[in-house]
Design a protein around this ligand. Sequence first.
Ligand code: GLN
Ligand code: ZN
Length: 747
Amino acid sequence: MKTAIIGFPRIGENRELKFATEKYFRNELTIDELEDFSKELRKKHWQLIKNSGVEGIPSNDFSFYDTTLDTACLLNVIPKELTELSLSESEKYFALARGYQGEKGDIKARPMKKWFNTNYHYIVPKFEKDTTISVTGDKIFKEYQEAKNLGIDTRPVIVGPFTLLQLSEFAPEVDRGNIVAELTTAYKEIIQRLSDLGAEWLQIDEPSLVKDVTAAELQEFQAIYQELLADAKIKVLLQTYFGDIRDAYETVIKLPFAGIGLDFIEGRKTVELLKQGFPQDKVLFAGVVNGKNIWRNNYQQTVDVLTQINQENLVLTTSCSLLHVPFTTENEDFSNEIKQHFAFAKEKLTELVDLADILAGAEEALKTNQKLFADNRFIENKVVQEKIKALAAEDYVRKPDFEERKELQKDAFDFPILPTTTIGSFPQTREVKLTRAKYKRHEISEEVYDQFIAQQINEWLKWQEEIGLDVLVHGEFERNDMVEYFGQNLSGYLFSKNGWVQSYGTRGVKPPIIWGDVAREKPITVKWSSYAQNQTEKIVKGMLTGPVTILNWSFPREDISLKDSTLQIALAIQEEVLDLEKNGVRVIQIDEAALREKLPLRKTDWYSEYLDWSIPAFRLVHSKVQATTQIHTHMCYSEFTDIIPAIDQMDADVISFEASRSNLAILDELKRQHFKTAVGPGVYDIHSPRIPAVDEIKQTIGKILAKVPLEKVWINPDCGLKTRGIPETTASLTNMTEAVKQIREEL
Ligand code: GLN
Ligand code: ZN
């Protein structure tokens, strides 16, 4: 084996899996039909990889929702409240992911968290007192066998026990030692059964090793694997990604793994570690092709690195699973000039094969690649570059300070206590999406399209007034996506047609590509935000995406720093903020949903390599507004407990964040750290179609008020509502405003 990949995009070339799974959700497909469909898809992917010439082909990297959830289900790690319901296996699986509300019961979804430093999200497993770990699932075995029946010998992939323990939640009374012992036994059984089926290799993913690993954790890791690998009749590949394993390297190389997978792209110290020595009896899986970005690999550079480390037992692989890049460039409309610079998942397979050939002496591919990197491909904008250079310390500071603004805003707005609002978007119904698509394809005129959007805005404004929300939104019907919509109005951006990447479950994102220096071409949101504000006496929030999120949800350039790219975007959004203000928009929300995304995985790097520039970049966006313009921000999909001071330094007036799935755990920290910004912790989960009852919301608000002073609290859902249907949205929000009404009366 000379080449391998860690995982492949499971959603399909045209997001087939998403559409099929959603049909199943709508009861338009049975579970058996969905299974059959996915079987065909897996076959297609395995054959595609095989035909590319890549030899190390993974299996069980497929998932209906999430591979961490799959692993929990494989191991019977299922909360008791769920096992008590009489649901089928697949109903249980999807109930963990999405919640269940029906004749068989009412249960919330498990929390979902960001998968390391990516925009992929995993479902958090939970170990309870009653959890009995045992290998009750069979997906990993079935998929291995399925490929084998097709004549393809794959390498099954599984999330490793160490990472699983790191990512899971433990109920208070759980004995961790027990869990570790049971897990080890279960993984041993998995190894045994795979080897019985004839598998040669097993890939165990342990990305948690790239974080700061303490001595105690390392000991746990070592103990688990000593036991696991003792007389294992299969070659175990320990696969790491998203960084280097500097804390664990020495331990890892001494354990009897057959292969070790290291990340050469994000692992800044990987080469240095290897220079300390790498055992000759192991295979090095060198992750040299970037699994996260979409640029072509620079073959010469890669060859130079590989020459440096000079390893005999070498397999070339990707830096992480290809799950994080789109499927293929083949269906894109870019000119060849542009396209030749991109490599999506399918193209990366060819890169691996090319690189292996080059190492074996082939020259052709190397020459073509060298030519590609010879000229400067990025579009420069001197004006922007000068503006960045001219930025001074005061450009990052809003005046007057928070407390003074608070008083001025109290007078200016006179909101009731517990002001209610939403996060921005309302359901993107079929009709909304279809109309936008028709407009994009020039099938309807701008006039007809504008009328449609205006009508949507009017209807929803009226409805928001009726249920008594305090700060309204226009609903974001004109937007496909919170980043692409902005990118389309900024120079320096390129858009793929089909470059979807899985975000969570059946949801995908289509990150735009930063192709040059970024600048605002024209007003972006002013038209619809000011239109909406002109329709009502109530305040309508303007809605923007912040610079850090725009950057983090784009495929970034590799020739300038992330900081410089972000500052360019920040200046563009600053222009937009000031333009909104000028046009009568008095409350402006600047979403930073993905602020945490590129937070270094090692805590020691947080402030020196990320927050030191990303937080100021956010401040740059709003530093020039008037004291009585209220700036909101919004965050979701991740934990914030550990970066609370940084969030306060964003210096927004109000922040709303996702909280309901994590049981409001963050509130204690806000209190402890004297968080100054007013807060709207989400009072219900919007990722699930479940409708929270009035009393349930009242209870949640009660919990919030027990921790946060009344005058600081805003009431809102967890996030935008674009992925929800209209019935559950209106029912949930009606319950939310009703809950607040009752609380106001009771106070
Ligand atoms: N304003 C956006 C919306 O409501 C925020 C989305 C997000 O935070 N992911 O859709
Ligand atoms: Zn959100």
